[in-house]
Write a protein that binds this ligand. Structure first.
Ligand code: SAH
Length: 356
């Protein structure tokens, strides 16, 4: 696999067959080799400084019914909640004091939060915290709505594409959800001018080296600023409850390959990775990730934003989460940056600078 990893590290592109070969050929050696290359690449751009984003899960109501997700509409056991504008602002205030300079507003697709209300929330946060970046992760909306949020001040948008294979997408979502619309949404976000994040779950039911190769090709084409990946973890009240979880090993390998595919990517070591392995987030950083997203949501709602079983950090105050991660990063020779954490401007989308 060394040959293919070297090729990826130098040219930042592979053919579909090469991706399949690289993904299928994962073993201890290739994982370690990819990690070494990924860390070298990451360090040359971002050093040992890890970006943080304060995650505010402001509603777990959702009109969608994704088969994998614990807050899907059909899960009648989910205990639903919404935060008010004031509660969201309290999270930001606490986060700002703790050193966060990016807030991520994430929710299910909750019709209660109309465009007008979202615009009000965005304006307030950007007025109160002009030195902070604001990221939205609120699902699929129309082009016009995305444009309104952007004009109100939102800087970034996370919308995982979930899988770049249409049949696979359709096996994970009910018929009313459209693969094409999800992809069009990502294109719209890009066109409007957001910093865009896509991503997928590792080991989702039906995923194969072929669908993963499509994910990698798609990411190479979209050229997003961020890519969020984490292992699929079954939730007990969903149709996929009985399916096996994705693996930490494959997630780490794919993190390294993503770093080599696009060197300046913002790549989080996700909570799902930390849920499957107590050192998951540290390992993520050691395999090329450069972002962590501690939770800023009020503790009373933490457990309710349960996308999957056994989600970690649901009992901790925001400050505890921040310090815990700070210590975890220190233990592996990294520091948490007090910074918006924008993507580095490098030549490395085609990466001549790194290709020597
Ligand atoms: N409603 C928003 C936010 C979704 S939650 C949106 O549609 O973008 C954020 C991400 O959590 C999802 O995109 C999905 O990839 C991930 N997720 C959901 N259920 C999961 C599970 N069971 N295991 C791991 N990740 C999951």
């Amino acid at each position: 696999m060394k040959r293919l990893i070297d090729k990826l590290a130098t040219t930042h592109r592979l053919t579909k067959d090469e991706w399949v070969e690289l993904i299928t050929g994962q073993d201890k050696d290739s994982t370690a080799y990819a990690a070494t290359k990924a860390v070298e690449t990451r360090d040359s751009i971002y050093g040992k400084s890890v970006y943080t984003r304060g995650l505010i899960e402001f509603s777990n109501y959702c009109r969608n019914d994704c088969y994998y997700c614990g807050i899907r509409r059909s899960n009648k056991c989910a205990d639903r909640y919404r935060l008010t504008l004031d509660e969201i602002l309290e999270c930001c205030a606490e986060g700002y004091d703790l050193g966060f300079r990016t807030f991520v507003l994430q929710s299910g697709e909750d019709p209660h939060f109309t465009d007008d209300l979202l615009v009000e929330i965005i304006r307030r946060i950007k007025t109160d915290y002009p030195d902070c970046a604001l990221t939205l992760s609120i699902g699929e909306k129309s082009y016009d709505s995305y444009k309104r949020f952007f004009d109100a001040g939102a800087d970034r948008f996370l919308l995982r594409h979930e899988t770049a294979n249409k049949a696979h997408y359709e096996s994970l979502h009910p018929k009313v959800m459209s693969y094409d619309h999800r992809m069009q949404s990502l294109m719209a976000l890009k066109e409007i001018g957001y910093q865009v994040g896509c991503g997928f779950m590792v080991g989702s039911p039906g995923q194969t080296p072929d669908t993963l190769a499509s994910d990698m090709l798609f990411i190479g084409e979209l050229q997003p600023d961020m890519v969020g990946i984490g292992p699929f973890i079954p939730h007990h009240d969903t149709p996929l409850a009985g399916e096996p979880a994705g693996t930490v090993e494959q997630t780490l390998y794919l993190l390294s390959l993503l770093r080599l595919l696009k060197p300046n990517l913002l790549l989080p070591a996700t909570t799902a990775l930390g849920t499957l392995d107590p050192r998951g987030r540290e390992k993520g950083i050691e395999h090329g990730a450069n972002v962590v997203m501690p939770n800023l949501s009020p503790v009373r709602v933490r457990k309710k934003y349960e996308l999957y079983d056994n989600k970690i950090c649901t009992g901790d105050e925001a400050a505890e989460c921040r310090y815990c991660l700070e210590n975890r990063m220190k233990s592996i020779g990294h520091t948490l940056a007090i910074d918006r954490g924008d993507p580095a401007q490098t030549d490395c989308n085609n990466a001549k600078a790194l290709s020597h």
